[in-house]
Ligand binder design. Structure first.
Ligand SMILES: NC(=O)c1ccc[n+]([C@@H]2O[C@H](COP(=O)([O-])OP(=O)(O)OC[C@H]3O[C@@H](n4cnc5c(N)ncnc54)[C@H](O)[C@@H]3O)[C@@H](O)[C@H]2O)c1
Length: 181
């Protein structure tokens, strides 16, 4: 935060995007994995948002974008821990929006489907090994094709920018209708 502020001035955009996944049968997961995944995916949003908000308010307002997922609303076998964290991210964005709207803060969630990143490709490979059908045919039926990172980035940029000035507390799914079916 200090480095960003020194270079660019007050922080008016925060992208809570860092995240990872645990893919395992639920009964093989551990308390350590539960705590670790919640720390990386959810506690990080809490810490960053709490740290950035005072300066953002002092600057007159800003936009926060939180990366949620289709997994916040559509569960996948062997992803109980991940799905739970993304449910929290999903509601975090909405709750911040409601509490800080009167201070000119917008907070929205971007919710990707399966995307071609190291995380997305590992997820497809690991689910396949556990017998979940993530074949090309299954992917085609669910969301047409795998998504490209740039397609999510453009949606996040829209939410971060003034182009979305009246969009607040929203969940923007970038999933080619995965969750619409
Ligand atoms: N790829 C997908 O299919 C997909 C779908 C839905 C949501 N998402 C979400 O998108 C976000 C980015 O995922 P991605 O697909 O680009 O994955 P990725 O593994 O390619 O990148 C993850 C990013 O998070 C950062 N990160 C991970 N753990 C961290 C930690 N402990 N501390 C700091 N930074 C950490 C990494 O440095 C990296 O920049 C995540 O929140 C993920 O849950 C991804």
């Amino acid at each position: 935060m200090r480095a960003a502020t020194d270079k660019f001035g007050p922080i008016t955009v925060l992208f809570n995007h860092a995240g990872t996944i645990v893919i395992k049968p639920f009964l093989e997961t551990t308390l350590q994995e539960w705590d670790w995944l919640h720390a990386v995916n959810v506690r990080s949003m809490f810490l960053m948002t709490r740290a950035v908000l005072p300066g953002m308010i002092a600057a007159g307002g800003g936009s926060i974008v939180c990366t949620s997922s289709i997994s916040a609303v559509a569960a996948t076998p062997n992803e109980v821990l991940y799905d739970t964290t993304k449910g929290a991210c999903h509601m975090f964005a909405r709750a911040i929006a409601v509490e800080f709207r009167d201070r000119n803060i917008r907070c929205n969630a971007v919710c990707p489907g399966f995307i071609r990143t190291p995380h997305g490709l590992r997820e497809v490979a690991d689910l396949g090994k556990l017998g979940v059908d993530v074949s090309d045919a299954a992917m085609a039926a669910q969301q047409g094709r795998i998504g490209e990172p740039e397609e999510v980035a453009k949606a996040a940029l829209f939410l971060a920018s003034d182009e979305s000035s009246f969009v607040n507390g929203a969940h923007l799914f970038v999933d080619n209708a995965f969750t619409a079916i």
